[in-house]
Design a protein around this ligand. Structure first.
Ligand SMILES: [Zn+2]
Length: 65
């Protein structure tokens, strides 16, 4: 009765949303864009940009007209 211990599950990543995200990445009708707060640097005032979570990118809805 010895079960192999599984150290975490790498394939079980949960999509992260940030304050600047309009939707989850991959959502139809949305796309990645440069974070307007940090201009894509991922940093704001010497700290991690909270709008994009330090990624420098946010998910925005694409205006379909
Ligand atoms: Zn940002």
């Amino acid at each position: 009765m010895s079960m192999p211990t599984q150290p975490g599950e790498p394939g079980n990543a949960v999509p992260e949303m940030h304050p600047g995200d309009a939707a989850l990445p991959g959502t139809p009708g949305t796309g990645e864009d440069i974070c307007p707060e940090c201009k894509g640097t991922g940093k704001l005032n010497g700290a991690e940009c909270r709008n994009c979570g330090g990624t420098g990118r946010i998910v925005e809805g694409i205006g379909g007209g």
